[in-house]
Design a protein around this ligand. Sequence first.
Ligand code: FES
Length: 178
Amino acid sequence: MNSASAAQKKTPKQALSATHASGDKRFKMLDATIKRYQYQQDALIEVLHKAQELFGYLESDVLYYVAHSLKLPPSRVYGVATFYHLFSLAPSGAHTCVVCTGTACYVKGAQTILTELEKSARIHAGETTPDSQLSLLTARCLGACGIAPAVVFDGKVLGNQTAESVCEWLRHCFAERN
Ligand code: FES
């Protein structure tokens, strides 16, 4: 390292390089994906998908790394990561609950279910409880409109849900930690 660069203030990108140099193989795997897309900025969503698959969620170091690799402004990468529901900027809880708020589910009371869940878990949609037990998410349509309102508990789609049935599941979920 020359003295000029050493004298520079450490930027997030440089902090990232250090993470990469530390030998975390996941960055190498992410590099392979970025290379496969030939560093095209249009591949941002695909690259973020891969990053989430590798890291579990998109922490800021990873977002900076992607921005640096694709030569995109971090604000653009952060904007895309926060716009799409499928990307998570925080680690998921031990349990996940996805409430469908698509039209069919909305008409059949999805909003009541969501409000009740938010009240019981004391978090808003898109958040995880401070004890990391529950992540509450929403989706626009799960493709299960025939059994609306639909909710996904830990990856299992359940139909014809009510605020009561969902809260019962929540109680069960919180009882496990005691
Ligand atoms: S709108 Fe909820 S499953 Fe389609």
